[in-house]
Ligand binder design. Sequence first.
Ligand SMILES: O=P(O)(O)OP(=O)(O)OP(=O)(O)OC[C@H]1O[C@@H](n2cnc3c(O)ncnc32)[C@H](O)[C@@H]1O
Ligand SMILES: [Mg+2]
Length: 201
Amino acid sequence: MKELMIATKNKGKVNEFKELFSSRGINVKSLLDYPEIDDIEETGSTFAENAIIKAEAISKLLKLPVIADDSGLSIDYLDGRPGVYSARYAGEQKNDLANTAMVLVELKDVPSEKRTARFHCALAIAIPEEKTYVVEGTCEGQITEAPRGENGFGYDPVFYVVEEGKTMAELPKDVKNKISHRAKALVKMDKLLNELEVSGK
Ligand SMILES: O=P(O)(O)OP(=O)(O)OP(=O)(O)OC[C@H]1O[C@@H](n2cnc3c(O)ncnc32)[C@H](O)[C@@H]1O
Ligand SMILES: [Mg+2]
């Protein structure tokens, strides 16, 4: 089975990439296998820039083709925040519960029609001695008034998917893996991998 390195230490992302790539016959490795590698500083101003920064840094270090994911939540009422600051919105400790609580406080008493939001995912692939490619996917929704559901990770319990009538955290993982920002970006990445033959398919 072929292997791909994903430059992330986020367990929620790693689980989703394992599920998403297993159906493609690809085994996923991540930075959870490399505890000695520190977080790469995300100095970009867009998801795409940050995905490229992470993919290139880890590809250079490991001398391997590397995919990185930079993702987050943009809330219209908050002018796109938390955006690229999604992971550390409530502080440096990157706490999912504190981040979602902060979003709910900021949207307190905001009516449902003004609670529109979307998840973004930028996926970059850096290949040693070659150029870096980046693809993106989004998923539309609304911010709930309270968290609901146990599945997924991050902001999923407060992200309501209108077409499904459920929060992302209430949806079974196979449904999230069809409709999510990450799944949509991955469909585009898949085409790229086929063209580049990085996956060996
Ligand atoms: O940078 P890496 O090591 O990949 O891990 P990270 O957790 O710091 O990841 P990001 O910088 O991309 O920040 C993403 C933030 O957006 C949240 N997020 C990303 N994808 C999500 C999803 O599918 N569902 C819910 N929240 C998500 C996630 O919880 C983080 O708070
Ligand atoms: Mg990060």
